[in-house]
Design a protein around this ligand. Structure first.
Ligand SMILES: Nc1ncnc2c1ncn2[C@@H]1O[C@H](COP(=O)(O)OP(=O)(O)O)[C@@H](O)[C@H]1O
Ligand SMILES: [Mg+2]
Length: 403
């Protein structure tokens, strides 16, 4: 049973469709807002109360989404037309079962199941579909990790197979550093799996997200998004990322291959590294991507609108851009202790003095070191200029504890 629930009684309007979001962070919040604009009834679920999407949805529930029985009972009771996962940490076997009962999982239970853990999607992309990736191996212990690192070579990147936003990730330059990497991975993993992936470190020229929309037999691509990561988490993204057409076609072909194999209607964030003339598939989210928040300022239909239209089977005549743009995250300070104290996001007034800037504050309940609390969006004719403006504006923002 849910530990906490809230819903708004709506006397008048009958909603055509009902969607249930599993995960209610900032991406879910924007999806809910887009859905409500189309007259869709929205239910937001997360493991803590008052998550960002809870604050805007018609109905909010708090459950442990890794508990299959709890997940199934909530969904069978609420009977949504679409189950829309927003995060990886979900008991996805329950979704496979629900799909077989006739529930509609977005984009498909298979896609969600295969992308829940890094190992399944990596094996699927590399071994089954033969997409080029960094060299990799798996390990369940420090000893196995040493063997894996020998195989892929140093430096290597170590990641828990179930984690996101760079949590528990590290780079080991030599054998000595592996013990710390193992410890980090085990203390930050999500879910119950004690397995890591050890990857060859790719010295890429740049990395990209290719937002790929599937609707029936159609595949559409948004202009390529470039991004910069720190501590495994995105700091700024920009659109378009300029790249040679030949490499773009390669990335698009790889994205089409993997998304078609996963199936279903929706938007996917497909990540690649580009080094010289090589394009490496890195990972994929079968849903809107954090670096894709830039589309809120660049595109007529942003990534949330596109995801919705794709699975609701509403027309997507074309993906139109207003111009170039950039996004930059507003983070909590690195020295903060985890805290449920009240906080203030400072600098918004100053940022908004820039005529091309917009801000989205997510409304997260708790502060954690480096937690993403908001995003700054800058539009313009030129992505380089937009990016340098975003970088300048980011310095004006700060998150402070307030009593
Ligand atoms: N094999 C690698 N070589 C170089 N950089 C990497 C590698 N794997 C990850 N990274 C860096 O770390 C970031 C986060 O890794 P990713 O696998 O995308 O994890 P997450 O699921 O947390 O986003 C990447 O966007 C990239 O900047
Ligand atoms: Mg990633």
């Amino acid at each position: 049973m849910p530990i906490d629930s809230r819903f708004v009684q709506l006397p008048g309007m009958k909603h055509q469709k009902k969607i249930l979001l599993l995960g209610s962070g900032e991406l879910g919040k924007e999806l809910v807002i887009s859905a409500q604009r189309l007259g869709v009834y929205t239910i937001a679920v997360d493991r803590y109360a008052n998550a960002p999407a809870h604050q805007v949805a018609h109905e909010a529930h708090v459950i442990d989404m890794l508990d299959g029985a709890v997940l199934k009972s909530l969904i069978r009771r609420l009977k949504p037309d679409f189950i829309v996962p927003e995060i990886e940490a979900i008991r996805t076997e329950a979704l496979l079962e629900l799909e077989s009962e006739g529930f509609h999982v977005v984009p498909s239970a298979k896609a969600v199941n295969l992308t829940m853990n890094r190992d399944k999607i990596r094996d699927f992309a590399h071994e089954k579909l033969k997409l080029k990736t960094a060299k990799y191996a798996y390990a369940h212990s420090l000893e196995e990790m040493e063997m894996a690192a020998e195989h892929v070579g140093f430096p290597c990147v170590i990641k828990p197979v179930m984690s996101s936003s760079g949590k528990g990730q590290s780079i080991a330059k030599n054998k000595k550093q592996l013990a710390l990497s193992w410890h980090l991975a085990m203390s930050h993993k999500r879910g119950d799996q004690s397995q890591v992936i050890v990857e060859e470190f790719i010295r890429f020229d740049f990395e990209i997200t290719l937002l790929t929309v599937r609707q029936g037999a159609r595949t559409l691509f948004c202009p390529v998004i470039g991004h910069r990561q720190e501590r495994g988490d995105y700091q700024e993204s920009w659109q378009p990322q300029r790249m040679p057409v030949k490499l773009l076609r390669q990335a698009q072909a790889m994205a089409k291959k993997v998304t078609s194999a996963l199936g279903g209607n929706g938007l996917f964030g497909v990540e690649f590294f580009v080094r010289g003339a090589e394009v490496f598939f890195s990972e994929l989210s079968p849903r809107p991507h954090d670096t894709g928040m830039v589309t809120m300022i660049t595109q007529d239909l942003n990534e949330f609108d596109l995801h919705l239209r794709a699975f609701l089977n509403l027309p997507i005549p074309e993906i139109r851009c207003h111009g170039a743009g950039a996004s930059g995250v507003i983070l909590a300070g690195g020295k903060l202790k985890d805290s449920s104290a009240s906080y203030l996001v400072r600098g918004v007034e100053k940022i908004l003095q820039s005529k091309s800037a917009q801000v989205r504050i997510f409304g997260k309940q708790e502060l954690k070191p480096f937690r993403r609390m908001g995003v700054i969006l800058v539009g313009g004719a030129n992505e380089k200029k937009a990016l340098s403006t975003v970088k300048r504006l980011r310095k004006m923002a700060s998150v402070i504890e307030s009593s």
